[in-house]
Design a binder for this molecule. Sequence first.
Ligand SMILES: Nc1ncnc2c1ncn2[C@@H]1O[C@H](COP(=O)(O)OP(=O)(O)O)[C@@H](O)[C@H]1O
Ligand SMILES: [Mg+2]
Length: 321
Amino acid sequence: MLTVDDLEIGFSTLHPLAGVDFSVARGEILGLVGESGSGKSMTAMSVMGLLPLIGGRVTRGSIRFEGEELTTLDEARYRRLRGGRIALITQNPMTSLDPMVRVGPQIDQGARLHLGLDARAARIRTVELMARMRIPDAARVYDLHPHQLSGGLRQRIVIAMALAGDPELLIADEPTTALDVIVQAQIVQLLVELVRERDLALMLITHDMGLVAQACDRVAVMYSGRIVESGPVAAIFEDPRHPYTRALIGCIPRPGMAEGTLAGIPGTVPSIADLPSGCRFHPRCPMAVAACRDRVPQTVAVAADHGVACLLAGAASGDAP
Ligand SMILES: Nc1ncnc2c1ncn2[C@@H]1O[C@H](COP(=O)(O)OP(=O)(O)O)[C@@H](O)[C@H]1O
Ligand SMILES: [Mg+2]
C-alpha cells in the first residue's frame, strides 16, 4: 500500500532523512522503531505531505501510496488524501484536539469533509465510532470538552478522529507514550483490533521494542535518518543482525528508564548538523571495525524479507566480526 524508496529530505543544507526505504502492506502493522532523534516523526511528516509546514522538503526518492507518487502531489490533492485515505495519530492528543470545541463535533469533521455526511448523519456515525473506541457513555461524552476527559479517553478521541474519514493507512506517531502502561496496552490492543477488522495498514512509530514485539507484524529499525534493519518481527527478535537492533532488543524499556534512551549503549543519536562518516552508528557500536568509519553500509538481504545495513551483516548473531 505504501512504499518509501530512497527518501531524503532537507531543511536548507541539513538532511534529517538520508535514504529511507520501507513498505507497509494492507492489513499489516509495521513498527518504525528507533531512539529519539532518529527521524521517525520526519518520516511520518513526509508521508503526510506536511514537511513544507515546518520548512522542509523532499530532496530525493519517492513515496508511493496505492501506486500514486506523493512527493510530487499538489497541495489540493494532498488535502483530500490527508485525513481521508491517510490519517495521522500524534503523540500528544492536546495538539490534535481543539480545547475550545466539544470532542464529538471534532470527530464529525472528518466524516463531513471526507465522506460528505450531513451534520445529523455525522453525529450518529461519531457516537458509533466512539462506542467502538470503548468510550463509555459515548452519547454523553460527545458533548464534553477535551479537558474534561482523562488522557486515555482523549487518545481514544484522537483515534476516532483519525478513523472518521475512513482511512486505509493509519500512521500512529508514539500514540501511547504519554499514557500509563495499563492504558497504553489497552490503546495498542484497540489499534490492533481496528487494523484486523478494517483491513487497514498501520505504521506504528515507537521507541519501544516491547511494543513492537506486542503489536507489530514487521519492523523497520531507524537510526540517524536511515533504516538499518527491517524484516518480520519474529526474524528481527530471533536473529537480529544489526548491532543497533541488538542494543534496542537488549534494552526493552523498563519502568523508570528515561524515554527514548538505551541503557546498554552509551551516547545518543548524532545531531544532523554533525554526522559521523561511514556508518552513522560506528561511534557507539561495540563491534565497529576500521572500515565502518569510511564506508556507508548498503542494505543486504540476509533472509527473505530481512535486510540489514551493516558491513558485518554476514556474521551470524552473537559472532565476533
Ligand atoms: N523542524 C525541524 N527542522 C529541522 N530539523 C528538525 C526539525 N524537527 C526535528 N529536526 C531534526 O530532525 C531529526 C529527526 O527528528 P525526528 O524525526 O523528530 O526524530 P524522532 O521522531 O525519531 O524522535 C533530529 O535530528 C531533529 O533534530
Ligand atoms: Mg518523534
